[in-house]
Design a protein around this ligand. Sequence first.
Ligand code: NAD
Ligand code: GLY
Length: 377
Amino acid sequence: MSARSDRQIQVALGTRSYDIHIGAGLLETAGTYIAPLLFRPRTVIVTDETVATLHLTRLQEGLAAAGIAVDSVILPPGEATKSFPQLEHLCTALLDHGVERQDMVIALGGGVIGDLTGFAAAILRRGIDFIQIPTTLLAQVDSSVGGKTGINTRQGKNLVGAFHQPRLVLADLSILRTLPRRELLGGYAEVVKYAVLGDSDFFEWLEAHGAEVRAGDSAALAHAVEISCRMKASVVAADEREGGGRALLNLGHTFGHALEAATGFSDRLSHGEAVAVGMGLALDLSERLGHAPPGTAARLRAHLKAAGLPAHPDEIPGPPLAVPELLHHMRQDKKARQGTLVFILVRGMGEAFIADDVPPAEIEAVLSGAALQDTVS
Ligand code: NAD
Ligand code: GLY
């Protein structure tokens, strides 16, 4: 397939601005985008074992074609890789490969590889540049853009990290063909999130064309990734460090994080699935508090259901979840401010706002209305 960067978006951050290119077959010509950014013609690709097997050779060849010498570091796949031991391993491997202050490394993978590599780049030699080549839909529409990098600790997810913007994002849509269905749907939940929080026309478009996106139709996928990245880029440009509006991107995440914690961050519920269920609950809460018209949550749930995503806590496999346990996890949420929970609510489809004054009884009522058990399991 010939390379086409059909779509280009700038993340406008002054001297740290960078471009996102979206197209099919970008791995093959990655060198033409990357070579002009390099201080010397060499780089190190960081990836995971699964992505290495499927896509590393094409990227290596694409870079070699532009005269770039390439080393690679291949890490185990999975969330556990976002850890102190793997951070140490990666930093040491990059130094062993002779990475210098002015060199650039490439993250080729999903959000795990992007977050870990970005954080390693933020601290190696007090900060080197890096490039994101996201290989999951979630990473293409969310984690590769915006500069949040980091690792998990035993206290929770993403608790150690840094804001460190990439120099370039190459979203090659053809890479998504090898993505397992459940991973694709998890990313689709994040696409729906952008529509719900800020673009009702996009929500309507997804209702009409979401099935094409999920089937991997190139034009539909390109449109969905572009609209999502445009929204993320504009939110990040306005509030890089989440002092205000960037929090809108957390729609569905306060409930979702509690659901993930209550299911032990296990295979029972993926992050994207938790966001889907969490968005349904956030819209329930919006309706309950009189912010959104009745039917808003039902419309979202109909779309999530059509997409094959869970839309309601009782669709999560396994024993029912307990309301007190969910409330407990919400209070631990890192987005809580002085004990007050912050929710992203909507006034209607595409009109999200930040609410930090939601009475706890209303949150409990929404969770209880979700037909959960009222005792800790
Ligand atoms: P992931 O990186 O674990 O990838 C999911 C799985 O898919 C892995 O097993 C991976 O090997 C495999 N895979 C990746 N690309 C593939 C491909 N093209 N074909 C086949 N298999 C492929 O998970 P993810 O969902 O991409 O990212 C989740 C992570 O992203 C979490 O750690 C989350 O905290 C983080 N995240 C970060 C941000 C941010 O702003 N930095 C935003 C959202 C999520
Ligand atoms: N994924 C949320 C953010 O980047 O702010």
